[in-house]
Design a protein around this ligand. Structure first.
Ligand code: ADP
Ligand code: MG
Length: 323
């Protein structure tokens, strides 16, 4: 591992929450139906993510840690139709280059699993291990080899809340996956798997608030908008209650937030913001969600159509309430 690699790793791994995001996305890509996240010291001390997904075969384990190694693009063309989260094959290598990363994994076919430990980019252990099918990645000594990065971390509480934000968003995008979070050996919360988005939203946002959310539905050519948004009597002082997903990927997009505000402008006070969990599904060829690996931006091929569809779907709900 060269210093350049470690600096480049900082592009993907900015803070503990970035590690949580990458590892959870890998678990989702692996088809997990249960993901458990353990955080120590707000993720600054240790992050452990276990899944019951496909696991990694013994011969592929070293490859998983190699830079630019991904099992997720079969053809170049697929780059334009990426549905799975990862396609860069950088995350695991980057994480392992700035920490001590232990991976324990087993595929359904394998009789035994394998444990591999990589520290600051160097493999220091590799052995057979007894373990269930799936993968557990434990990341500790985060940024020990990159003191500058460590200095930029905020308090444990703040880093923990960043981690929990990431978990919340992925949980909202994947209701059919059970998500458990442990801290200090205790369960912080657990979201049961459900086929119903409404049920997941209710448990994530809390019953009280979700009772004041109304279903949203709208569609135009090749585009679907759905989800839940608040009645005008449920607002907050920031946009932090507005969650937007494009093809079930969380994004933070000025255009989408603006569309939400436009729909609500007539019914809520200035500088108050609604709560909304909005999903926009469209042809992957019509959107670029990989503008930057660590950022949440999107670029729509036809932004105007998306904008108007969101305004229209929300306005429809608000007009219904007014009648
Ligand atoms: P990417 O997700 O972009 O392919 P990563 O560095 O995140 O790259 O992961 C590298 C590879 O390791 C993946 O392509 C996948 O084959 C394997 N992998 C990583 N995490 C898991 C997991 N939890 N379950 C199964 N396979 C995994
Ligand atoms: Mg990945």
């Amino acid at each position: 591992e060269t210093l350049t690699h470690r600096i480049a790793a900082g592009e993907v791994v900015e803070r503990p929450a970035s590690i949580v995001k990458e590892l959870m996305e890998n678990a989702l890509d692996a088809g997990a139906t249960e993901i458990t996240i353990e955080l120590e010291q707000g993720g600054c001390g240790l992050i452990r993510i276990s899944d019951n997904g496909s696991g990694i075969s013994a011969e592929d384990v070293p490859l998983a840690f190699a830079r630019h190694a991904t099992s997720k693009i079969a053809e170049f063309d697929d780059l334009y139709r990426v549905r799975s989260f990862g396609f860069r094959g950088e995350a695991l290598a980057s994480i392992a280059s700035i920490s001590r990363t232990e991976l324990v994994t087993r595929t359904p076919e394998a009789l035994a699993g394998i444990r591999i430990i990589v520290e600051a980019g160097k493999m220091i252990e590799r052995a057979e291990a007894g373990c269930p099918v799936g993968t557990t990645v434990t990341v500790s000594r985060i940024f020990d080899s990159v003191p500058v990065r460590k200095k930029f971390l905020k308090s444990e509480n703040t880093e923990r809340s960043y981690c929990l934000d990431v978990i919340t968003r992925l949980a909202l995008a994947n209701p059919e996956v059970r998500v458990r979070v442990l801290a200090k050996g205790r369960e912080l919360f657990s979201y049961p798997a459900t086929p119903r988005l409404a049920e997941r939203i209710a448990i994530v946002l809390g019953q009280r608030d979700s009772q004041r959310m109304r279903p949203i539905e709208g569609a135009t050519a090749g585009l679907k908008v759905y989800g839940f948004a608040s009645q005008p009597d449920l607002t907050c002082a920031t946009t932090k209650q507005i969650y937007t997903f494009v093809n079930r990927r969380h994004v933070k997009d000025y255009l989408l937030n603006h569309a939400v505000m436009t729909a609500y402008r007539r019914v809520i006070e200035p500088r108050r913001y609604p709560a909304a969990v909005l999903y926009i599904d469209l042809d992957p060829a019509d959107v670029d969600v990989n503008v930057h690996p660590a950022k949440l931006e999107v670029r729509f091929r036809q932004p105007r159509i998306v904008y108007e569809a969101v305004v229209e779907a929300l306005s429809l709900m608000l007009r219904g309430l007014a009648q």
